[in-house]
Ligand binder design. Structure first.
Ligand SMILES: NC(=O)c1ccc[n+]([C@@H]2O[C@H](COP(=O)([O-])OP(=O)(O)OC[C@H]3O[C@@H](n4cnc5c(N)ncnc54)[C@H](O)[C@@H]3O)[C@@H](O)[C@H]2O)c1
Length: 429
């Protein structure tokens, strides 16, 4: 099939590469000229395991090309995916301006029977606005659908090839058949819905997962208060199949490009219809106070933080990615800097992004956790990178004066850390 993918970010690029790998002819379109030039040279603009090889392979085979020119990409496309960003605006709503701009740019080049698929996460009803925009600019018969994306950064290829489900939301049979056919090589249960339900599935799923994280964080606070071990509590809770173990791991809160903005957006569009979402509002509130809760714990042990040398391990919003959008590690660092701590930090991949996007942050960057440890007395784990899970405590003791380890992701074994002679402070344990 001939496919156009608009927006070559995490979602668009992965979608484009995988569809090309199935043998489709795919054109990726972006307004970011620098990004398109990078892609045309066979380079990947961000880190995602396995993506680089997939891109190169399909570019070499001539199945995948990139352009900034809608007139090159759209006329031949039977299916067009809109994968542009939908960040939060100042009111917490999804900013749909990129989606609307994409609709306006593609409309004049649409050809008969094209299926326009919104893959970006958009509030229910957005397709009606998109339809209004397109209808003003074309007379051809086209179809609209919403196919929300559920991939996770860090395992995006695997998630796209083997999703739990593929949600195809469309009110038109022809579009449903085309999209079922296009997704044929992908595993996972098919959920066929109307467009609005598909759009809501995405927000309902993300806010549920965010609520699970905040729930675990609230129980961690309770465990701190009563001297229980939250990891044991969550194991006991999560083994119940009705609940499930995933996303019950306490930490300094959820970040990333999706959960924070999608939770705010669902609250915003619920409010517009005067629907109260008390559970989700609570999950949001807990998340916004979780870093403060952790900083208070640090201060309880260290007193003030002024001029204290604090080492932060991890800057990315989670392990296995260089994405720093809404990273809790950066929220933590901002608060440490406000308390006038001297911050040293290391991340295996994300330092370049922090330097680029937040040059104002007064961070002393290091090229390894050892280099951080040599300069500080306190280590704070902010991102759950694998290399921090197996921190060599003997080496840490040998090379540094670190005595306190604050585990903001509950990834270390407290007994081992204490036996090695450090103070261990996690969340709820
Ligand atoms: N990143 C994730 O893990 C993830 C997972 C599921 C769903 N989503 C959703 O998918 C959507 C895209 O997310 P992302 O993380 O891939 O975003 P991103 O910011 O990484 O990429 C968006 C891309 O769209 C391009 N763009 C913006 N306006 C454009 C236009 N008019 N024409 C062409 N290109 C344009 C940008 O230049 C950018 O390259 C969002 O709605 C997001 O909520 C993201």
């Amino acid at each position: 099939m001939k496919v156009a993918v608009i927006g070559t970010g995490y979602v668009g690029l992965v979608t484009a590469a995988i569809l090309a790998d199935f043998g489709n002819q795919v054109i990726g379109v972006d307004i970011d000229e620098k990004k398109i030039k990078t892609l045309q040279k066979g380079q990947t603009p961000f880190y995602e395991p396995g993506l680089s090889d997939l891109l190169i392979r399909n570019q070499k085979a001539g199945r995948l090309v990139f352009t900034t020119d809608y007139s090159q990409a759209i006329p031949s496309a039977e299916v067009i995916f809109i994968c542009v960003g939908t960040p939060s605006n100042e009111k917490g709503e999804a900013d749909l301006s990129y989606v609307f701009a994409a609709a306006e740019s593609l409309a004049p080049f649409l050809t008969d029977k094209a299926v326009v698929v919104i893959k970006s996460t958009v509030p229910p009803g957005t397709h009606l606005e998109v339809k209004k925009i397109i209808d003003k600019l074309t007379k051809v018969k086209y179809y609209l659908a919403s196919v929300p994306e559920f991939l996770r950064e860090g395992s995006a290829l695997e998630d796209t090839l083997h999703p739990d489900r593929v949600v195809i939301g469309t009110d038109e049979r022809y579009a449903q058949d085309v999209l079922l056919d296009l997704h044929r090589p992908i595993n996972g249960k098919r959920i066929l819905t109307d467009v609005v339900s598909a759009q809501l599935i995405k927000y309902a799923a993300n806010s549920f997962l965010a609520s699970k994280i905040s729930y675990a964080n609230e129980i961690a606070r309770l465990c701190d208060a009563y001297g229980a071990d939250v990891m044991q509590v969550m194991e006991g809770v999560g083994e119940d199949k009705r609940i499930g173990k995933a996303f019950l791991h306490p930490g300094i809160g959820y970040g990333g490009s999706c959960f924070p903005k999608d939770v705010k957006a669902i609250l915003a569009f619920a409010k517009k219809k005067k629907v109260e979402l008390a559970v989700i509002a609570g999950a949001h509130k807990t998340n916004t106070t979780q870093v403060d809760y952790f900083i208070d714990k640090i201060k309880k042990h260290l007193g003030h933080l002024q001029n204290k040398k604090v080492g932060v391990l991890g800057l990315a919003f989670k392990g296995n990615t260089d994405d720093i959008r809404q990273s809790r590690a950066l929220v933590l660092i901002r608060k440490l800097l406000k308390e006038e701590a001297e911050v040293y930090a290391y991340d295996p991949l994300a330092i370049a992004n922090v330097r680029k996007f937040f040059p104002e942050l007064n961070i002393n960057y290091a090229s390894s956790w050892q280099e951080v440890a040599k300069q500080t007395e306190v280590l704070v784990i902010a991102t759950e990178w694998n290399e921090f899970k197996e921190l060599d405590l003997e080496e840490l003791k040998r090379i540094s004066k670190v005595r306190y380890i604050f585990d903001g992701r509950n990834i270390l074994n407290p007994t081992k850390v204490k036996l090695a002679g450090f103070h261990y402070i996690g969340l709820g344990r």
